[in-house]
Design a binder for this molecule. Structure first.
Ligand code: SF4
Length: 326
């Protein structure tokens, strides 16, 4: 099948002193081989929890996976042991985080850090691993000679290149990139995104790209999922969603972009705040910010409905859910 990752009804909660945080409330999504899914939403929507859930990196306690399945290449990752997951991470699925400083080791040279992941997953001699690490450095645009240096000797953009080299050193099939360019300045952002795109194409890697930047999604993604208060509210191919936005929340996000696919704009603020995740309403979670909300919206969580093609939307408005041929 061409589906590499199939997340089904994933529920993750955190037990905190302030109460039960319902971070993910039944998230389902699929990532196709070689394709990029852009996961878009505001801070606190549950994007990072979803990424950590896939990687089995949700700290327990306070986090708890309450239900669901995460099929990777046909196997449920949630059923794997700690040791089995260690083999999956880095080799099959790699992750790039927002802040390069937190993922690099300050007291190890960058070459040693790349070699570490290579040797962890491959039976290679030290010389072969050095060679492979140098190749990775060159591939991300860093002269191999600089491999002897430490992270603090690199700029922010260069550090993120090192992270990419580490993440892709074992040619994972799936790359999860959580706001990979947010900490960088704008020109460097574009270069780093280009680099990720090129390497992804080279190895036919699938990618989950977490971002709040709709312009980045338009430029790099094949599919898009819009997340709100721990649920996916709209999903489809980039073309389906950007050409025919259905959910009122997605409409709010996109409102400031006149020509969606060409214009690059940041996510516009929508009046109001996301609901308190310790006290979620039983109906549509967007209701208190939605100008179309009626009493019917409060009764139960709207289901995801197909509106034609692969396009799905979670809203009860007839005009939002009318099926059209794409
Ligand atoms: Fe708005 Fe109701 Fe649709 Fe929710 S279900 S997005 S409240 S119209």
């Amino acid at each position: 099948s061409d589906i590499l990752l199939d997340v089904k009804d994933l529920v993750i909660h955190y037990e905190t002193d302030d109460g039960l945080v319902q971070a993910l409330n039944g998230v389902s999504l699929q990532i196709h081989t070689g394709k990029t899914l852009g996961l878009v939403g505001e801070t606190g929507a549950g994007k990072t929890t979803l990424a950590k859930g896939i990687m089995q990196l949700v700290p327990n306690p306070p986090g708890k996976i309450k239900g669901g399945e995460v099929f990777y290449d046909g196997e449920d990752l949630l059923k794997k042991s700690v040791q089995e997951m260690r083999k999956v991470r880095g080799k099959q699925i790699s992750m790039i985080f927002q802040d390069p400083m937190t993922s690099l080791n300050p007291v190890m040279t960058v070459r040693d850090q790349i070699m570490e992941v290579i040797l962890q997953h491959n039976k290679l001699s030290k010389e072969e691993a050095v060679k492979k690490a140098d190749e990775m450095l060159e591939l991300v645009g860093i002269p191999a000679a600089r491999g002897r240096e430490y992270p603090h000797q690199f700029s922010g953009g260069m550090k993120q290149r090192v992270i990419i080299a580490i993440a892709l050193a074992c040619q994972p099939k799936l790359l999860i990139a959580d706001e990979p360019t947010t900490a960088l300045d704008v020109t460097i952002q574009a270069q780093v995104l280009d680099l990720i795109q090129n390497l992804k194409k080279r190895d036919n890697t699938s990618m989950l790209l977490i971002t709040h930047d709709l312009g980045v999604v338009a430029q790099t993604c094949d599919y898009v999922a819009i997340m709100y208060a721990g649920e996916i509210v709209e999903y489809g191919t980039l073309r389906e969603v950007y050409k025919d936005i259905r959910h009122p929340y997605t409409k709010g996000l996109m409102a400031s972009i006149p020509n969606l696919v060409e214009q690059v704009e940041r996510l516009q603020a929508i009046d109001g705040l996301m609901p308190d995740p310790t006290n979620l309403a039983k109906g549509c979670k967007f209701a208190d910010r939605c100008k179309y909300a009626t009493a019917a919206c409060m009764e139960k969580v709207p289901e995801m409905k197909s509106v034609g093609g692969e396009h799905m939307v979670r809203c009860i408005l007839p005009e939002a859910t009318e099926v059209k041929e794409h």
